[in-house]
Ligand binder design. Structure first.
Ligand code: AMP
Length: 389
């Protein structure tokens, strides 16, 4: 999800710029001020509770704001992303936003702050007051709102600066010029959003072949836990020695080892456009681990793509591979092949369900030749790209 917070004092032009941005990037618009005004107009209990304080230019309570946000977010479950206008307005609300987005398995991409000198803000709001009908666009209330901004809202900038997510934008000048500055900042941030794909499916389903080709086509870094482990074994490292005993039996290796290898590989590629994971996660524990690991690195799984394959197809492919140079030790014994397929059948449904619940799962038919499967996978990758760009 592409989540942006438009920040800045009242009168900075957040509402005006939002209209174009939500269209351009296909975002759900959440303007807490607009929603509160509508609640007041509709005479809802929430609106009635907030009316007095809003008319005076104060801030509505966090309880009210959380209810508004939850309603809006729940009403748009398949959103491409959210543009927040007028929220977070306090450091407490910044924590609330972090929690809300975490619940949606996403995070804030950036906070763009429209910077306009105070005298101009006052002039703009007085001008707006002639037609807006807003009780808070009057001189004394405007001054109080600006004071509230200085005291309570401005510290939010520090919260996001620390996270390196805060970007000041000059908000003075023609509307289209300000828009250009905002768009430029968004595009720059988008370049840094990773596309993280998990390729899933039974052993012998063609994941390795396809993942490598996809990595090349979309300029992603290929992470195969199996391959990383084989390298450790070849180099006879401590991790390799431990891993070997598990791999020979067709069993999965302890998670401590896989975590270190994956994290190491990601950290070696800080300028990557994203990653394509193969062979991990293979069970529900690893699904949690991967989510935790990526979150620690400030990113997340964009989507899981499953390549479907029948058991017969898998056995045929694995036995065929056994006769080639890329034969793995665990391809040579039919009993081990069956064991691996059984483990997959047992563990896979929970992993799939884990990502389905996050709206991040899709299936691609593994039927036909490798090129046909690749075409289908490419389409799925492109639709995942749209999700983040
Ligand atoms: P705005 O339309 O963003 O200028 O907001 C108008 C008024 O709505 C503010 O002065 C506050 O009284 C109230 N309001 C809007 N957003 C929030 C928020 N996130 N927290 C508390 N009060 C808010």
């Amino acid at each position: 999800m592409l989540n942006i917070a438009l920040f800045g004092p009242p009168g900075a032009g957040k509402g005006t710029q939002s209209k174009t941005l939500i269209e351009k990037y296909n975002l759900t618009y959440i303007a807490t001020g607009d929603i509160l005004r509508q609640e007041i107009l509709d005479g809802t209990p929430l609106g009635m509770e907030a009316k007095d304080i809003i008319d005076k230019g104060g801030l509505a309570s966090d309880e009210i704001i959380v209810q508004i946000l939850e309603n809006r977010i729940l009403a748009n479950p398949d959103s491409n992303g959210i543009l927040f206008d007028g929220f977070p307005r306090t450091v407490v609300q910044a924590y609330i936003l972090e929690g809300l987005l975490l619940k949606l398995n996403t995070s804030l991409m950036c906070m763009l702050s429209l910077e306009v000198p105070e005298e101009e803000l006052i002039q703009r709001m007085l001008e707006r007051g002639k037609t807006s009908g807003r009780a808070d666009d009057k001189e004394d209330v405007i001054k109080f709102r600006l004071q509230e901004y200085q005291d309570k809202t401005f510290p939010v900038a520090g919260f996001y600066s620390q996270k390196k997510k805060f970007f000041p934008i000059n908000g003075v000048g023609k509307q289209e010029d300000v828009l250009k500055r905002l768009t430029k900042a968004i595009e720059k941030n988008l370049e840094n959003v990773w596309l993280n794909i998990v390729l899933f499916g039974p052993p012998g389903g063609g994941k390795g072949t396809q993942a490598k080709k996809l990595a090349e086509k979309y300029n992603l870094v290929y992470i195969s836990t199996g391959e990383l482990l084989r390298k450790e074994i070849e180099s006879n490292t401590e991790m390799g020695k431990i891993a070997k005993t598990f791999m020979e039996k067709g069993d999965i290796v302890p998670d401590e080892i896989a975590i270190r290898l994956i994290e190491g590989k990601i950290k070696m590629n800080p300028n990557a456009k994203g990653f394509i994971f193969k062979g991990y996660p293979s069970n529900i524990v690893q699904a949690y681990i991967l989510d935790g690991l990526l979150q620690r690195l400030g990113t997340s799984v964009t989507g899981m793509l499953e390549i479907t394959s029948t058991t017969l197809q898998s056995i045929k492919r694995l036995s065929a591979r056994a006769k080639t140079e890329s034969a793995r030790v665990y391809d040579l014994d039919p009993e081990i092949i069956i064991h691996r397929l059984e483990v997959y059948e047992k563990k896979a449904p929970k992993v799939a369900e884990y990502f389905q619940k996050q709206n991040k799962f899709s299936s691609v038919s593994g039927e036909g030749n490798a090129d046909e499967v690749f075409q289908r996978l490419s389409l799925s990758v492109e639709s995942l790209m749209k999700k983040i760009r």
